[in-house]
Design a protein around this ligand. Structure first.
Ligand code: GLN
Length: 498
């Protein structure tokens, strides 16, 4: 038998149900790996808590009444609140914060039988593309520890890639599931906005935030997504009122005749040649499977950057006003009066990037600039969604790169944040339109060490099954998703992290 950590979620479920392996054995195996990891992926874990969950799972497995994911370990991005582990959102302002309840996503996965292994590092309040904005240190890319893992769900993607956990949750506001999945060689899906409850997800930009799974394959993502999605209107007013779906039932459908759109704006001069070559190869594999390709245009692609970097900070400036030193977490030690306490708490508690975004957000929402920036951005956001509507008249789904380049070096873009904003260009359009999109490993670039490359699939609203099926069919003919970084890379931590 292969190592426990090499099993897919699907295989693990089967092995647990047939008692080939036990839930406690599985949990201990992953805990041992987590306790020895040097990548900076975990912000909290607790052997006793996790083993208690595992023992309960085993009782259910023994009486054959476990959930569909009974005994499968999972870890959550630290923006999901949990009552058994601290929830920090990667910020000092929430250091040690204990929630009195579990986020809906955490609860649903636990109900399905998942065992919580702890909380994963991320950019502070999910703001970033490299995981270098976490108050608790960088995460390193398991393929090359001198490179970033991507962000903001960098801990989630790196931990799955290094086989520290079989699967993880992430959140995607402008690409934070897809881009780190792409940089770390794992599979991730951001569903249609509203598919998954945002209740208990620490908010960044509420009209964009969406949770999703990161795992080794599309099949595993389908299993997890089925457990995560459900209407939750009582607690999240933007939750969609639709029936729960089993996303695994449509896997293995033929894709013969499926029309895949290639947006010309995603293949311009800024695209790395290695990324381009990998995407071209992926197109050929999908042609072999019978897909047909059509040229399409998403003319407002470039505008998605300024639009997103107005709307997201505007919403963040409002969402983050709740961190005032009174209601949650950190409070400055010394202050003269209430206003001084607010000021000092927020100056000391928030990191640079978060402060920058709060200021940008407050500026674009202010009386004199609201019409010039915020309102304009909202109008163009609508046009971006319209562009997709027109495109989907010609095709069933859209394919392109996730990011213009593979993972960049640690510290490379720290002094030039604009260049990391620009790297979001291919993930932002689907986020602004609220469409489902996923990242699928499709190649390696030699840089000089191998670095994974991801292709992006964007679907029309609620077409997650179609995306997952295409990704699954692609993965049945390719091996990119099963490639793993060598153990030595996992054990040694280099770079200046932590
Ligand atoms: N990189 C983008 C940002 O910094 C997206 C982050 C995300 O999706 N959470 O806002």
């Amino acid at each position: 038998m292969s190592f426990i950590h090499d099993l897919s979620v699907t295989e693990m479920v089967r092995a647990l149900k047939t008692k080939t392996i036990g839930a406690v054995e599985v949990a201990e195996h992953f805990l041992n790996r987590v306790e020895h990891e040097k990548l900076g992926t975990f912000l909290s874990h607790n052997r006793e808590t996790t083993l208690k969950f595992a023992r309960n799972s085993q009782i259910k497995l023994d009486s054959n009444n476990g959930g569909p994911l009974e005994g499968v370990p999972i870890a959550h991005k630290d923006v999901f609140v949990t009552k058994d582990f601290p929830s920090t959102a990667g910020s000092k302002i929430l250091e040690g914060y204990m929630s009195s309840f579990d986020a809906t996503v955490v609860q649903r996965l636990a109900d399905a039988g998942c065992i919580n292994l702890g909380k994963l590092n991320c950019d502070e309040f999910a703001m970033g593309s490299s995981n270098e904005n976490s108050a608790y240190g960088n995460v390193l890319n398991p393929w090359d520890t001198s490179k970033v893992p991507g962000g903001s769900s960098g801990g989630s993607a790196a931990a799955v890639s290094a086989r520290l956990i079989p699967a993880a949750t992430g959140t995607d506001t402008g690409g934070s599931i897809r881009q780190p999945a792409s940089f770390c060689g794992v599979t991730g899906i951001k569903p249609t906005y509203g598919r998954i409850s945002r209740y208990g997800m620490i908010a960044y930009a509420s009209s964009l935030d969406q949770a999703g799974p990161i795992a080794k394959s599309a099949q595993d993502c389908a299993l997890l997504l089925s457990a995560m999605c459900a209407s939750d209107l009582d607690r999240d007013s933007t939750s969609l009122d639709i029936a729960q779906e089993d996303f695994t039932t449509d896997l293995n459908c033929t894709i013969k005749g499926l029309r895949i759109g290639i947006p010309e704006e995603f293949f311009g001069d800024g695209l790395d040649t290695g990324v381009r070559a990998a995407i071209d190869d992926a197109i050929n594999v999908l042609k072999e499977l019978g897909a047909e390709f059509v040229k399409i245009s998403l003319p407002k692609t470039e505008l998605s950057i300024p639009v997103y970097y107005i709307i997201a900070p505007a919403e963040a400036s409002s969402n983050l006003s709740r961190f005032d030193g009174v209601r949650y977490g950190y409070r400055a030690k010394e202050y003269t009066d209430l206003i001084d306490m607010y000021k000092k708490t927020r100056s000391q508690g928030f990191g640079e990037e978060v402060k920058k975004r709060i200021m940008t957000g407050a500026y674009v929402l202010s009386h004199g600039y609201y019409d010039a920036y915020y309102l304009q951005a909202q109008k163009i956001r609508r046009m971006i969604a319209e562009d997709f509507k027109v495109a989907f008249m010609k095709c069933d789904l859209i394919l392109g790169p996730v990011a213009p380049t593979p993972a960049w070096g640690l510290n490379e873009k720290v002094s030039d944040p604009l260049s990391s904003y620009l790297a979001d260009i291919f993930t932002l359009p689907a986020s602004l339109a609220g469409l489902p999109a996923m990242s699928v490993p499709c190649g390696m670039s030699l840089n000089p060490k191998p670095l994974p490359i991801g292709m992006q699939l964007i679907g029309n609203y609620l077409q997650e099954s179609k995306l997952l099926n295409v990704a699954h069919m692609f993965q049945s003919l390719t091996q990119w998703h099963s490639m793993i970084p060598t153990e030595s890379m996992i054990e040694t931590k280099t770079g200046d992290a932590r």
